[in-house]
Design a binder for this molecule. Structure first.
Ligand SMILES: N[C@@H](CCC(=O)N[C@@H](CS)C(=O)NCC(=O)O)C(=O)O
Length: 207
């Protein structure tokens, strides 16, 4: 029987998708308490006692509480995915850590405002098309870093799927969700086709 982790979060959150997807890759079951988003509960005393940041996700593994989605991903990979999600090779592992940190510090801060602008533009009364276009164009250099990195590589941290593909895969999911011009990114498209064919991605992110 697979191990079950408790999780507080919601499926519409990119941070939570990182955790849900990684747990599924590792064969871990998740007992999800819908929290945040439309569900609320971030200010409830028992939630705040686990996560004082008023954000999701939070997990609990046999009484061990973790928050901060990338830290949760790294914890799960170390605890349950040595040699699978967590590469054995120190340099591949270093690369995996780098892309995980970079997703939080560089990619997400650009993608999130673009996504929010797109939601606004979906409103037919919107006057924000210029702003959307500016943010879209502003992502070119960021995506090109990934595009060049993937030249001659099947996955973000080498020739095997690893934890590095999860945060970057979730970013690609949100990017391709928007019906905008996605630039010419053949290496990213080929990589995204590879990772989005994974059953855990289909179950936890695409659903
Ligand atoms: N750095 C934090 C960011 C957490 C965060 O901003 N979570 C968002 C969802 S992605 C949140 O809780 N927003 C409020 C909500 O969904 O109600 C992490 O990666 O865990």
């Amino acid at each position: 029987m697979s191990k079950t982790l408790k999780m507080w979060g919601h499926r519409g959150s990119s941070c939570c998708q990182k955790v849900l997807w990684s747990a599924a890759e590792l064969g871990l079951s998740i007992d999800l308490t819908d929290t945040g988003g439309g569900y609320g509960g971030l200010g409830a005393p028992d939630y705040l006692a686990r996560n004082p940041n008023r954000v999701v996700p939070t997990i609990e593994d046999d009484g061990f509480v973790m928050w901060e989605s990338s830290a949760i991903l790294l914890y799960l990979a170390t605890a349950y995915g040595r040699g699978t999600l967590e590469p054995e090779d120190a340099r591949a592992r270093g690369e995996a850590y780098r892309w995980t940190v970079w997703q939080d510090t560089t990619m997400r801060p650009k993608l999130l405002p673009l996504y929010h602008s797109w939601i606004v533009v979906e409103n037919p009364m919107s006057r924000h098309l210029d702003e959307l276009e500016e943010k879209r164009k502003g992502m070119f250099d960021t995506w090109m870093i990934v595009e060049r990195h993937l030249a001659g590589r099947d996955y973000m941290a080498g020739d095997q799927f690893s934890l590095a593909d999860i945060p970057m895969g979730v970013m690609a999911y949100w990017w391709y969700l928007m019906p905008i011009d996605h630039f010419d990114l053949p290496n990213i498209e080929a990589w995204y086709a590879r990772i989005s064919a994974r059953p855990a991605f289909k179950e936890q992110v695409l659903r």
